[in-house]
Design a protein around this ligand. Sequence first.
Ligand code: ATP
Ligand code: MG
Length: 441
Amino acid sequence: MVENTAPRKAEKLLAVKGMNDILPPESARWESLEATVRELMARYAYRNIRTPILEHTALFVRGIGEVTDIVEKEMYSFEDRADKHGQAEHLTMRPESTASVVRAVIENNLLYDGGKRLYYMGPMFRREKPQRGRYRQFHQIGAEVLGFAGPEVDAELILLASALWKAIGLTDVRLELNSLGQAAERAQHRTQLIAHFEKHADKLDEEARRRLHSNPLRILDTKNPAMKDVVESAPRLLDFLGAESLAHFSGLKAILDANGIAYTINPRLVRGLDYYNLTVFEFVTDRLGSQGTVCAGGRYDDLIVQIGGKAAPAVGWALGIERVLELLKEQGTPMSAPAPDAYAVIPDATSMPVALRTLQQLRDVGVRVQMHASTAEGLGSFKAQFKKADASGAAFALVFGADELARGEVTVKSLRDGSGVQVTQPLAQAAQWASSLQSNA
Ligand code: ATP
Ligand code: MG
């Protein structure tokens, strides 16, 4: 028997279910969205905050609420290794960022000199059933405004989100709006809501029955079509609001009206936790099935106290990056893949030192250059290199042939206009002709 001495291929390792690689060229869409967001946030004077991925589990239990999908069944939690006293901490990978931002604001006393406008971007983790628009690692962009009580910041946040849709060309979203009033108003509504659901107990699904007394408001948020009627005929929280709550709501609507922002009032739009109050809103689409909420936000004036801080009003939103990009794709919005300005054709390895020095000079002044490099088969023929140059999408090939280098020159050949025009340029003054590579791109 002949022994096989070739190395055995190891078993392939795959990414964790529901957690995706974001690869080129798709990653260009991500970068472009992120760049637009940064620019937009600066225009609205929102500043970036970055909090850790891991937090104490207790933060989310308190900050999101025990009777929620997230805390009941979606969190990635674990017990850390014990320290030298045998104490182990319960940690959770953040399922959202509002609780973390509030913790950071309290811990660092950020409100000492007045309100703050903050934004973040990053990965969140929820153990949900993966499907289109619903992943286990997904990404959010969020904006949180702390320390301001008036409806004008609620409006500012909505205007900011609308400006983002406009900037990225997203047209298929509509704004839904509601007001949750204040705790006393919700308590009155709650009694009648429970009575209504008890009267129609036969029409409730198991989850709704379970939440009937712990979190009846959340039943309004059901995704079960069989409960549509019983939910639509339920008493409306809006009808229980007093003058102050209504004034806040009208204040918001007046600003949106003056800015031409269309919205519909959705009385079933709720958040099931007591620290949410007044404004709630969502940007929704019909084009992503039951993953139709692209961006969700609202006021949470009582959360800071819940997390141990000194009372301060707050309002914010979070959008799902995957859903926004999915919707852009669904709309057929084209993506411009970033091609290099030039591709360096280097027929001979001995030319590498000179070639790379020149490329560095070009890159130093902002030219995007892709360098040809050797594979296991070597550098490849002149023709093969030109094929690669073409495929790269570059507008020019820079040819570092031995003859050119001997003359202290490089040949610049146009790849895009069909003319095949080529000129020679001095190696010594790369910075001086660098711009000719960019302006023609
Ligand atoms: P849903 O009702 O779709 O489960 P949610 O109410 O749990 O959403 P939020 O906690 O309000 O969502 O998060 C804000 C946004 O983050 C959502 O509107 C959505 O765009 C996005 N999002 C939430 N969960 C996921 C997920 N598992 N995968 C991808 N995006 C998500
Ligand atoms: Mg969810």
